[in-house]
Design a protein around this ligand. Structure first.
Ligand SMILES: [Zn+2]
Ligand SMILES: [Zn+2]
Length: 272
């Protein structure tokens, strides 16, 4: 059974959306007999971010850099003296515009992080002039059907560009939008398949995210996508996406069973 998770969250500074401190997460991982723990708070920075929604959202570069630096320092301090190998990651909301990439590259050059997870929790339009965080239900619901469809198409294309960017160690919950009831119709399979093909072309590792079993009764990604990715021999890692100590290692046995059933043997981990 996999004895690590690289996708976990803390409540650092009362800003991030976890429920426990880095020290508490590390202690629990030790109790579980984990070999490693990666802490990957959200890095959600975009000039168009609605910062009133949550302090976790940044639209100011310097504030973002200061916050993420402080986060790295806090985790390093919490890890000192632990027998665990503690890694510092960020779960990054990717955007494809040149302005965002420039700022993100600057951030990466200044942060003492070990890895970045590519994700999108964003509904955006094609030029990123409108950006709705997926958790902002009222904003998403205010879109008419046509606009919503465009935002969802852009969501998938954005994920595809995240893979193409080469920035990320692995890609998080590729079909996270299903938690909100989006893109369940077969016509969206075309976009999901495009994502599968680009993951394959780039040999980009991705995660089997077990938190989906709590949120929508199904892991991320769909089993048929896992099947397609297995056929293409793309490395996979199991993530609990733990936002609290109790969720560390959640459903790992179930995930291992699923991978066994699918004969999915190409497992990914960070190098020592
Ligand atoms: Zn996420
Ligand atoms: Zn997460």
């Amino acid at each position: 059974m996999q004895k690590f998770s690289y996708h976990t969250h803390t409540n650092s500074f009362g800003i991030f959306d976890g429920h426990n401190s880095a020290a508490e997460m590390i202690k629990r991982a030790e109790e579980l007999g984990f070999e490693e723990l990666g802490i990957s708070n959200h890095l959600i920075y975009h000039a168009g971010a609605d910062v009133s929604f949550s302090p976790m959202f940044c639209n100011d570069y310097q504030k973002a850099e200061d916050l993420y630096k402080k986060t790295c320092e806090e985790i390093r301090a919490a890890a000192a003296g632990s027998r665990l190998k503690v890694r510092i990651g960020f779960e990054v909301d990717f955007f494809s515009s040149p302005a965002w990439r420039r700022d993100f590259e600057k951030l990466m050059s200044r942060l003492d992080a070990d890895y970045y997870i590519g994700a999108s929790h964003a509904l955006i339009n094609h030029d990123e002039s409108r950006y709705i965080n997926i958790y902002q239900r009222s904003a998403a619901e205010s879109l008419d059907q046509e606009a919503l469809e465009e935002f969802l198409r852009c969501h998938w294309l954005n994920l595809i560009e995240a893979v193409n960017s080469g920035y990320f160690a692995f890609i998080a919950h590729p079909d996270v939008v299903k938690v909100f009831g989006y893109c369940l119709e077969p016509r969206w399979d075309e976009y999901k398949m495009k994502l599968v093909e680009v993951l394959a072309a780039r040999k980009q590792p991705f995660e089997l995210n077990t938190s989906g079993w709590n949120k929508c009764g199904e892991q991320h990604p769909h089993e048929w996508m896992l099947n397609e990715l297995q056929k293409r021999n793309i490395p996979i890692v199991i993530s609990d996406d733990a936002h609290k100590v109790e969720a560390l290692g959640q459903h790992f046995e179930r995930a291992e069973n699923l991978l066994r059933q699918l004969n999915y043997t190409n497992r990914w981990k960070l190098s020592a």
